[in-house]
Each structure stands twice: as C-alpha cells, then as structure tokens.
Design a protein around this ligand. Structure first.
Ligand code: PEP
Ligand code: MG
Length: 759
C-alpha cells in the first residue's frame, strides 16, 4: 500500500516563521524544532538538515528521526549517498524506494535501515548549494509535486536564514564539529612558487549602498570629484611607500594609477550621477556593468585589467563614504598571525594593502601569470595559487590554510600530518635554496665532464640582470609579447626599437634570441582586435597573425633589424605548423632587410641567425625538411606537450593527467634531438621541462645539451647537473625508455635518489 498525504502549507510556513522569530531560542534549538515541525506536518518519520561545510562536504546539522548522536558527526562528501547526490546535482530527488537508487549508501549508525521513501531538495542561495533538506518515511510513499514544491519553499526560507546568520550564528557555523576537521586539498595552478601557512582572510569587500537616488545632483558631483581626488592622492601615497621600485613593478603600479585617472571610467560614472543617481550608486552601477563584461570576457588579459577597476571602484566607494574600509584584514592588524588572502581576484593595490597586515600567501579564483597581482606577488615573494573555482565558498574565514606555490595547491584545515609534511618541505626548500644560491654562478658541468649550455628565458628588461650572476650564455628565449602586454596601445616602431636596443645593450655581448610576437590564444593584446575563436589556443595566433597581418610582423622585424645594427640578430618564429609558414616569415624578414639596406642610416646587423620553435606536432614530421631553412631550433615543450596530449596547459583539472616524463613523449623528444644532431643544427629546449631538475635530467638523458629557463630555476638545475654522471645515466635510461607505462617519473626519481643526484 502506497501512502500519500495532504499538507496545509500556509500553516506550516506560519509556524516556521514563529520558530525563526523565537528570540530566546538558540539557533540549534530553532533548527531542531524546524525539522520536528516539518516531519510532523509532512507526515514523515524523518526530517533532516545537512549543511555544506568548507564548500566540500555535508554535515548533518539537525534531524528528527535519525540517531541524534550522529548530528554534527555524520559527514558526506559531495555526491556521496542520495543526500550527496542532491547537493552535487543541485536538484530535488524523489524516491519511493531509496535503496534502489544507484547512489544509495546505508549509514547504519544513523538508524536508517527501516526507512523506505526519500525526498530531498537542495538549500540554494545565489546559485550555490548550501545544504540539503530531506524527508524519509518508513512506509513506501509517492511524494507529490506539490510536496516537492512545499519542501523547496521551506528550503528557500532556511537558506535565507542561514545566510543572514539568523538560524545558525556564523561563529557556531564555523566551529561546530571543530576538532576532527577534514583536511582538504584544492588544486589550482602556481602563479608564484614558495610555501606559506596562515589564517584565511576572505576578500570580498561588500559595500552596501543604501541611498540610490540623489537629492542634489550638483552636490553629488562635487562630492564625487572630492572623493576621486582623495583616492588618487591615497594611491600615490601607498605606492610611494611601497618597496617595489624596479622598472617592471613601477610599470604595474603606474598602469594602476593610470586607471585611477582614466577619463572614460570617471566620465561614465559622472554621466550616471547626472541622471539622478547618488555618487555611490553610480560607482557601483559602473562596477557591476564592468563585472558583467568581465565575466563574459574570455580574454584573460582583459579580465586581469578589469580586476584593477574592481579594486579601484571599491576604493572609490570607501572614499565616498568617507570612512575606513571594514574588512577582515582590519581584525588582523593587531594580531601576530600571518594571513592567507582568499579572493576571486585582487588588484595590485589591494595586495599592497594586505602586505601591511602580514599577508604571506594568496589563494585566488581568477588570475594568470600576467595579472598585475601576480607580478606584485612575485616582487614581494608571496606564494600564489590560482584558478581554484568557487574558492570563496570553499574556505571559511579563520581557517588554517597551507599554500604550496610550487605544486599549485592549497591545503585547507591541514591535519597534523599535512602540517608535518609542510614543515619538512619548508625546511628542505630553505636548505635547497641555500645550496642552489651557492652554485648559481658555477659552471654547468656534469660529474663526467660534459658541459651543458644554460640560457635564460626572459620577457622584461629586468630579467637580463640575471645573466651575469647565473653565468648563463645567452637569453635563449625572449618573449617579445610580454612588453606588448604591459602596454595599453600597440608600441610604435620607435618604442620597439628603443626597447630592443636597451635589451641588446643590457645583454652586453651575449646573444638574445628574440621570438616574434606569440600573441593570440590566451595572450590577447587589449588593443588588438582578435577574432572570436571558439578554440583560441588552436586559433588565430602567433605566426598565423603575423602572416595574415604582415605589416604587424614586418614592423617588429623592422624594429629588431634597426636595434641590432652591427650585432648578430637571433630571431625565431613561434607556432609554426608547416615549412611554408617559416618560408613566408623568412620572406618578410628578407623584405625588411632589403628595406633597411636602402633606407636606414645605420648599418645592418652583422649577421642573422634564424630559428624556428618546434611546438606543434606536425612540424616534428617535417623536421628534416625545415632544418635546412634554419640556423637553430628551439623546442617549446609547453605547447608541444599540450598539443601532443590534446590537453589544455592552463586547465588545473588536467594538470596531473599526463606526464611529460611518459615514455612516448620522451621518445618524441629523443627523435627531435637526434634529427637536429644529425643535421648539425643547435637545439635548445625552452619550455617548463627545462626548469624542473628531474625533467631536465630526463632531457639530458634524451640527448639535449642546451636548456633555457627562468632565472630563478638556474641554481636548482645546476645542482642536478653537477651531481650527475651523465654517461651512466644514459646507460640506465636505455634500459627503461621503451617501457610501456604511463610515466617514467618513479623510475627516474629512484635512479636519482640511488645515485645522489640532487633533484
Ligand atoms: C613553450 O610552448 O614551451 C614555450 C616556451 O612558449 P610559451 O610558453 O611562451 O608558449
Ligand atoms: Mg609556446
């Protein structure tokens, strides 16, 4: 016999409101009464509320009918059991026989054995699941649509109460179930290496604008002008106190200051004030419009810049209110503890503010290497992990967070084991750093006397300062798009000539391999209109843009030819997929050389060395034919592995899926090295692989003798090289390289350990 019941929903909601309003009841008491009331009115033996904790698991917060001992003890992962299923899918589930559902999981300690039917709805707010409200019955029952709707209405009311802190007071919400807190690993990408441990401070400056309509437009405009002036002055003061004084960092801060004076932005706000809004409402309206634009921009660089505007808008609001910002960081200013700032994203000025409150790490949802906040974090030596989705709902204020900027992970509520590992890793790294520093300027020679050529990857003038202290031979990869990304309009010929001349001068007599613009994909210049590619990484980018817009590439080549007067010019072309593309690019270079010969006052470069980047698999198959057209080859392992495995290199979900140390990828690299050697064409590997000691060791074993990497990695790579007997290592490698397995990482790391190789 299947039961069904009818419910007086108005009465139920009225009673619910009475309980909520009960001033002398604790929040737990209210919740206990609510589940009891729902169970009685909806004729169910069990009614329970599970709330999301730490954004990742559901905790039983109250139940009428389940074993009371399990309240605050029973925890389910997202997707675990039918309750977890409701949360994971964020939709109601109605089951006349719960046990037949594939996700069903019996929790015997909860006294669930005899229960049959099940109905649950998610507690949603702002599109996020905050918990689950469930009903269970002993007898088999078919819940009606009307009952589902009633439960959903109750869930809506509960969710509002939770958010408002009325039902569960916020402190209680954080500490309930405290002692055996679950440690949680959040995987993202590294924006800056290093290790940090601290207390989470959530950065979401919510500023409530109460008055929307102004009473006196003229007075509002005056108030606005005054606030803008005081904001500009305070930014100036903040930056002048900052320790960031080198060229690149000043550029970042100046760009931010430029935004603070941006006429377009300020005029947009003024127009709205003129239509009758208060200054605050107008600032917030423009901020919201920008945010909408931001969420639709699939161009990360543009998004990075829009975050600067977010930062500014919040700052301006505080100046309008004429009060100091009340954020979590204020509560930390007297405390000794170090803080980890958790944010969707931060502006560079906000990070500098947090610096005063002892920020030691950042965990972000948005942001790439090019974001201003990343550049400032690198300057301040603050580890940053980014691209953790929905981060603000996963971490709660006051929780302990470990930031592992090397691995690109944040560990939440670390247990004692995680803390111990962290401490030993920190100790190990500081020793390592000391050792690496010591060998930084030493020759890169293996124990058996084989010299390895090390070069630097650079993108800014300042990077070249590392050439001498690292005793590196050249700039193996100069990414010309980086200075372009720092500008707000296309650099003129003069600007480019000046920049390249300064670089050549700074390198003294060492060569610089200039890679022509590698824009497109993720590296879009805000001032260059790009096509709306469905698949930007596989789209109109790098050399493809250069060949389709030859004047753009020719202007860059013109600047390089001019800047390298009387010097050897090393040039290479990125993302070449077929020989013809290289030939076309070389033809443009010829045209520019011819032009310079005719028109330039200064002499031509003394010679030209033209190279190609091997980073698209199709080129590996035309390697022999392309080699006759180039003087050297540079292997971009970042893109080559991305296209080889068809795995987006910026997607954290794929970060551990494929390994560059897989026998197949190493085989491909070995083939490239052999082909270049046979053709006597110098080959350098300039992707991330060269920067990690174990990977670099595998490269040496595969025939590579020239590696280019970021300046900070040179010391570690030298430690590995100087502790390696390459002859014996190659012999060992021959025995494992054809293994059919996912990766050789473990074999290589065992070998390194057994042979005292520092990696
Ligand atoms: C590469 O792809 O390995 C490379 C060095 O180029 P980039 O990382 O700039 O794409
Ligand atoms: Mg590349």
């Amino acid at each position: 016999m299947i039961a069904s019941v009818s419910i007086n929903s108005h009465r139920l909601l009225r009673r619910l409101r009475d309980i909520m309003g009960g001033a002398d009841l604790s929040s737990q008491n209210k919740l206990d009464l609510i589940v009891k009331l729902i169970a009685a009115d909806m004729s169910a033996e069990v009614c329970s509320v599970y709330l999301m904790r730490g954004g990742m698991f559901l905790e039983l917060f109250a139940s009428h009918g389940l074993n009371p001992h399990m309240v605050h003890r029973l925890r389910l992962d997202m997707g675990e059991g039918v309750v977890g299923d409701v949360a994971a899918n964020s939709r109601p589930l109605v089951l006349s026989d719960a046990k037949s559902h594939p996700s069903f999981k019996l929790i015997p300690q909860a006294d669930e054995e005899k229960l049959t039917s099940f109905m649950a709805v998610p507690l949603n707010r702002g599109g996020k699941v905050m918990g689950v409200l469930t009903l269970q019955t002993l007898k088999k029952r078919i819940f009606s649509n009307e009952e589902v709707e009633i439960l959903q209405t109750i869930a809506m009311v509960l969710a509002e109460m939770i958010v408002a802190g009325e039902l569960i007071n916020q402190n209680e919400f954080h500490i309930v179930g405290g002692s055996d807190s679950h440690s949680l690993k959040l995987t993202g990408i590294s924006l800056n290496p290093g290790l940090a441990c601290g207390t989470a401070v959530l950065h979401h400056p919510h500023i409530i604008v109460k008055q929307i309509i102004s009473e006196d437009t003229h007075a509002e405009l005056t108030r606005f002008d005054q606030a803008v002036q005081s904001m500009q002055a305070s930014i100036k003061a903040l930056f002048s106190k900052s320790c960031l004084q080198n060229t690149q960092h000043r550029e970042v801060l100046e760009a931010y200051e430029m935004f603070a004076h941006d006429r377009g932005w300020l005029t947009r706000i003024k127009r709205l004030i003129e239509t009758g809004l208060t200054a605050e409402a107008a600032v917030q309206k423009v901020q919201r419009d920008l945010r909408i634009q931001l969420s639709h921009a699939n161009n990360s660089l543009l998004r990075d810049r829009l975050w600067d505007f977010e930062d500014l808008a919040n700052r301006l609001l505080h100046h309008l209110f004429g009060e100091k910002e009340e954020t979590d960081r204020e509560t930390h200013k007297h405390e000794e503890e170090r803080i980890i700032v958790v944010a969707r994203s931060l502006g560079p000025a906000e990070l500098l503010e947090y610096e005063r409150y002892g920020v030691c790490g950042l965990v972000l949802e948005e942001g790439l290497q090019t974001a201003h906040v990343s550049i400032v974090a690198r300057a301040l030596d603050i580890p940053v992990v980014s691209r953790i989705s929905d981060v603000l709902s996963k971490i709660e204020p006051g929780e302990t967070v470990l930031v592992d900027g090397d691995a690109g992970v944040a560990i939440l509520r670390p247990d004692s084991r995680a803390l111990m590992n962290f401490e030993s890793k920190r100790e190990y790294f500081s020793k390592r750093r000391f050792m690496a520093q010591k060998v930084r300027g030493q020759p890169a020679v293996t124990l058996d006397g084989i010299e390895i050529d090390l070069h630097l990857n650079a993108g800014l003038l300042i990077d070249l300062e590392h050439l001498k202290p690292t005793a590196t031979k050249s700039v193996g990869l100069y990414r010309t798009e980086i200075p372009f990304m720092m500008h707000y309009e296309f650099p003129t010929l003069e600007t480019q000539v000046k920049l390249y001349s300064e670089l050549i001068q700074a390198a003294e007599s060492r060569p610089i391999v200039f890679r022509t613009l590698d824009i497109g994909g993720d590296k879009i210049l805000p001032y260059l209109r790009a096509t709306e590619d469905e698949n930007p990484v596989l789209g109109w980018r790098a050399i493809r843009i250069g060949l389709d817009r030859p004047m753009l590439l020719r202007q860059q080549l013109r600047a390089l030819v001019q800047a390298a007067s009387k010097k050897e010019l090393h040039l290479m072309f990125p993302m070449v997929a077929e020989v013809e593309e290289l030939l076309e690019a070389k033809h443009l270079l010829d045209l520019e050389v011819e032009r310079a010969r005719k028109h330039n006052k200064q002499a031509l470069p003394s010679s030209f060395k033209v190279g190609v980047m091997v980073e698209i698999p199709s080129l590996v198959w035309s390697l022999s034919s392309i080699l006759s057209h180039v003087d050297f080859v540079s292997l971009g392992s970042n893109d080559l592995s991305q296209f080889f495995f068809a795995a987006d290199r910026t997607n954290p979900n794929l970060a551990d899926r494929y390994d560059v140390l897989s026998p197949v990828f190493l085989d491909l690299l070995g083939h490239i090295a052999k082909t270049c050697e046979a053709a006597q064409k110098p080959l350098t590997l300039c992707g991330e692989m060269a920067a990690h000691p174990l990977e670099a060791m595998a490269l040496l074993m595969s025939g590579y003798r020239s590696l280019s990497m970021a300046p900070s990695c040179i010391g570690n790579i030298k430690l590995m090289i100087r502790s390696l007997n390459l002859g014996s290592a190659i012999e060992y490698f021959q025995t494992i390289r054809k293994k059919t397995k996912k990766t050789l990482r473990q074999d290589l790391s065992n070998y390194a350990k057994d042979h005292g190789i520092i990696y």
